[in-house]
Design a protein around this ligand. Sequence first.
Ligand code: MN
Ligand code: MN
Length: 465
Amino acid sequence: MAEKNSELRDKLFYIQKNGYAIIDANERSLCENYCEDYKSFLSIAKTEREAVNEAVKIASSAGFLEYKKTKTPLKAGDRLYRNIRGKAVMFAVVGKKPLSEGAVFSVAHVDSPRLDLKQLPMFESDELCYLKTHYYGGIKKYQWTAVPLELRGTVVKKDGEALHISVGADKDDPQFVITDLLPHLGEEQMKKTMAEGITGEGLNILIGSIPQNDEGDDKVKLTVLSIINEKYGITEEDFVSADLCAVPAFEVRDIGFDRSLIGGYGHDDRVCAFSSLKAVTEIKIPEKTAVCVLTDREETGSEGVTGMQSEAFDSFIEDLCVAGGVRLRDCYENSVCISADVSNAFDPNFPDVSEKRNNAKINYGVCLMKYTGSRGKSGSSDAGAELVAEMRKIFAGNGVVWQMSELGKVDKGGGGTVAKFTANRNIATIDAGVPVLSMHSPFEIVSKFDCYMTYKAVKAVFLQG
Ligand code: MN
Ligand code: MN
């Protein structure tokens, strides 16, 4: 009886295994190599513009060419990309089948939570100079004090000249910081809620302290502006036409004695962006056209000209369709999309917010998410059973270790991705990605195994979706 039941259990129960119980030595080394490439990418790509630049660089060296509206007929194997205002980008490898039979999309976002500088950011107070910020995306404000920061972004001068700014990454660069109150005097602060202890208007970045030796106002600000002017040729007014932000200055590092995890800023969602990029650049001639989309503005709802709701994305696909005499809507209707975005990993330090059976776990592989949303699944799309079944089949046939996931217990909160925006275009869409610990913090954690499996998953779907 006991033996028979054990057979029955093996046959009937859905048993998931830790990836390290499955992976062999050869695949472990492939996983390590993949993650080294990812770490290099993440070290460079700390803003959406930097991610787009780096992605274009990687794709160009893999033979992708910028697609202009030449109306030249496309042929299978053509490798094309379109840069969307420097903040988003789409890569396509043309398939053997016409676009009327659909394309396979993988959409990830390259924006991450950060501290944007305000338009008039610079001020001096009590002989210290600061930059005022307006945070972008969902952050826990207290996490951004007393950690080293870099400044990155683009300033466009009145004459149109664009300057890329990056201060704090080089060993010889200065860094910046938002100060916090010492515990000795923090009694009142510590009584506040964590949401109130540090305010949005309190996120002011310290950038200098040496006063000019004169009787005028803002002596420290003058010192700092003089240094900035000498280095970049800009004045205070130029901050008005700039996309500048502060990001954590932490290096991307292996975490754990076994080096199984990666710590860094911006895994959400550059970890999925890199998996999609890597997969699309490795494809030769797919059956269906494979499209990797790296989008912007996800953290604030995908709105705006470079967000997934923008028609810029439709324009590129429509151009490809027109070249093949296909209607865009026919292409969409037969397409499949992976909304490649991170999920929360189960955290034993905070077990109460997750329902263990359905939450993603570290080292259990790429996580599929049928739906996101909050409360009664509001604000999400819900992948059809047919599409989930298709994914199961593709993953099973390609050695992809995967798991199902949800964003926390019912009514505990929730979240969203770009899935609903591709689904609204009549593209069958499912969320899939890497589980993350400390998501949206200045130093997020992912597992190397899960990163590698996400790449394998996207590649398998590109080839067979
Ligand atoms: Mn995300
Ligand atoms: Mn996010």
